[in-house]
Design a protein around this ligand. Structure first.
Ligand code: NAD
Length: 253
């Protein structure tokens, strides 16, 4: 079964919630051993405890290079290597339009969403053997802009993630490491303070996004599992530099 990850070591950043938690569950079900990193310490420990797999919870802020170095060191010290890394941690901040976008907020978003992904790719690739796989979480907003309020930094960071994923695929191809991205559409998670959750009170946005989505509903973290396993496993052996859209058809029409 080319989708299995038996005994492979998988690192997931942003594992405490939403898409990262779902990715962790999928990899545990596929037989992996898991290093689960998040800056939400209690949250990531709870996920690690709940999974039916060998797990290690690692408190780490991916926007801090030293913490990312330590995160990868802890992973290899515990499990003896690293086969797959999901650079998934990210934040969403709804700010002002670009002419009034807060400077500190710009840097907060870029530090986590772009610098954090760069650090994770860099340090993970440095310890991986031939056959290693890296999967980033981009967004449909890596490819298109939005009239959604105040997403300038987010859109810019995710465009950077998609391009960095492609460049990393090119740079790491000769080492036998594949690098691909997942580009989710709107998924019900904790992001943006839960702005995309059904109960967030932003009903008008939900109705609009559902109406614009071919499949007629927003995504659930569960919807990302199959693509995550595909990109993490031998099933995607001939994919590198791919940005795989998982959006119920939102960007199709
Ligand atoms: P979420 O808020 O539910 O989960 C994100 C997790 O990342 C949280 O556990 C949080 O504590 C952690 N995190 C945040 N900053 C961190 C940091 N500096 N260091 C370590 N961990 C940190 O959100 P989610 O929707 O599951 O987001 C996961 C990824 O998916 C993000 O990169 C996000 O941009 C991307 N994404 C989400 C959507 C969506 O609609 N939810 C769409 C496209 C892309």
């Amino acid at each position: 079964d080319k989708f299995r990850l038996d005994d492979e070591v998988v690192l997931v950043t942003g594992a405490a919630s939403g898409i990262g938690k779902a990715i962790s569950e999928a990899c545990a079900d596929a037989g992996a051993r898991l290093a689960l990193a998040d800056k939400d310490v209690e949250g990531v420990e709870a996920v690690a405890d709940d999974l039916d797999a060998e797990t290690l919870a690692i408190p780490a802020d991916v926007s801090d290079h030293d913490e990312v170095v330590a995160m990868v060191e802890e992973t290899t010290a515990e499990f003896g290597g690293l086969d797959v890394a999901f650079a998934n941690a990210g934040i969403g901040r709804l700010g002002a339009t670009v002419d009034d976008y807060d400077i500190d907020q710009w840097h907060q978003v870029m530090d986590v969403n772009l610098d954090g992904v760069f650090y994770t790719i860099r340090e993970a690739a440095a310890v991986m053997d031939e056959g290693g796989r890296i999967v980033t979480t981009a967004s449909v907003l890596s490819q298109i802009a939005s009239d959604f309020p105040g997403v300038a930094a987010y859109v810019a960071s995710k465009g950077g993630v998609a391009q960095l994923t492609k460049q990393a695929a090119a740079d790491l191809g000769p080492k036998g490491i594949r690098v691909n991205a997942i580009a989710p559409g709107w998924v019900h998670t904790g992001i943006g303070g839960g702005a995309f959750r059904k109960d967030s009170g932003m009903d008008h946005l939900h109705e609009r996004m559902e109406a614009e989505t071919i499949m007629g509903r927003l995504g659930e973290p569960e919807d990302i599992k199959g693509v995550a396993l595909f990109l993490a496993s031998e099933a995607s052996a001939y994919c590198t530099g791919s940005v795989l859209t998982v959006d119920g058809g939102w960007t199709t029409t």
